[in-house]
Design a protein around this ligand. Structure first.
Ligand SMILES: [Zn+2]
Ligand SMILES: [Zn+2]
Length: 356
């Protein structure tokens, strides 16, 4: 079997820090780090395009020199080589999300909270490998991916690979906090931002039984929100006074997928919550959340980072049961450059998926 696996993998790489107005990726070969018995090698069928990919290629979260950079962490494909300790078999269809490895030993890893590993968080791309030949991980805009089998989750039959892909990062990022913090029947849940994450947030909150409101800054997504299953729609452009007149202190939970600076947390989002209500951010503005004062009293403000392999499995179960489907547009892997430029331009509705 391994005879068919090339010694070098081929990906669509950013060769240097990218200009966001003109992403330019190039087909590039790299040698993966040494294979271990914990690893799997996946022949990639599909890989979603996530906002994080663009941030990393443009050094949006800080300068780095890990180029060439092959991004992509919504990877679905078939196992073509399985280490003895990987729990997977050749032929299994699996997916890998944003986290490629963790220490496996810290308190959080032991509690199935791998996203909060305190000793050895490794991104699916750009993460340290400790290997001299390939010192950092490379992602899924490629033909193959290699990583620990623990972070490769079985994809249920019945979900095509390109549809499953966006669930691995965008999907679990919203599913995990909605599920953990108790979105369910009898709860009124708001989802801020109807894009790659938010359009899945509406679907998952509804599938969990909640009454869902889409919260957006214009009416542009109103019809989509209804199609996705939202009961109501709040246009924040109407102004806090008007929105609060109707909805003040009525929400149990608000999940924000927005990374907008100066978000109206004190004037609008916290006053929308009932006492003991929760505001959960899964996107983080560059400047962080606004300072909070009196508005915080009686409210919980928290953040959430992707989801563990266990949560990804649970999410897929619910996605199958409730027929949750990301809205996607597929593009050939070779068109990664155009796809990333279109993503940056905000043309995705709501997720691009690169397919081999
Ligand atoms: Zn992502
Ligand atoms: Zn750990």
């Amino acid at each position: 079997m391994s005879a068919t696996i090339p010694a070098q993998f081929t990906g669509q790489a950013a060769l240097k820090k990218q200009d966001p107005k003109n992403f330019d990726l190039h087909e590039t070969k790299y040698t993966p780090r040494a294979f271990t018995e914990e690893d799997v090698i996946i022949k990639i069928d599909a890989c979603g395009v996530c906002g994080t990919d663009l941030h990393v290629m443009t050094c949006g979260w800080g300068e780095h020199d890990q180029f060439p950079a092959i991004t992509g962490h919504e990877i679905v494909g078939h196992v073509v080589r399985a280490g003895k300790n990987s729990t997977h078999a050749v032929g299994d269809r699996v997916g890998v999300g944003a986290q490629g490895a963790s220490c496996g030993e810290c308190v959080n890893c032991k509690n199935h909270e791998e996203p909060y590993c305190i000793k050895g968080w490794v991104g699916t791309y750009q993460g340290p490998t400790g290997d001299a030949v390939q010192p950092y991980t490379q992602g899924g805009y490629a033909d193959y991916y290699q990583g620990p089998g623990h972070f490769a989750v079985k994809i249920p039959d019945g979900i095509p690979s390109e549809v499953a892909a966006p669930l691995l990062c965008a999907g679990v990022t919203v599913y995990a906090p909605l599920s953990y913090y108790g979105a369910k029947a009898g709860k009124k849940v708001g989802i801020i931002g109807i894009g790659g994450l938010g359009h899945l947030g509406v679907q998952f909150a509804k599938a969990l039984g909640a009454e869902v409101y889409a919260i957006s800054h214009s009416d542009r997504k109103r019809a989509d929100a209804a199609t996705l299953g939202a009961t109501g729609f709040i246009n924040t452009h109407d102004g806090a006074e008007k929105v609060l007149a109707e909805h003040a202190a009525s929400f149990d939970m608000i999940l924000s997928t927005s990374d907008q600076d100066d978000m109206p947390l004190n004037d609008l989002y916290l006053p929308l919550l009932k006492a003991r209500g929760q505001f959960i951010s899964v996107g983080l503005p560059n400047d962080g959340l606004p300072r909070m004062g009196w508005s915080l009293l009686g409210k919980t403000v928290t953040g959430s980072l992707i989801g563990s392999p266990k949560e990804i499995e649970d999410m897929f179960k619910l996605a199958v049961e409730s027929n949750i489907r990301p809205w996607i547009e597929t593009r050939p892997m070779s068109e990664a450059t155009q796809t990333v430029n279109d993503m940056y331009a905000g043309k995705a509705k709501f997720r691009y998926v690169l397919v081999n």
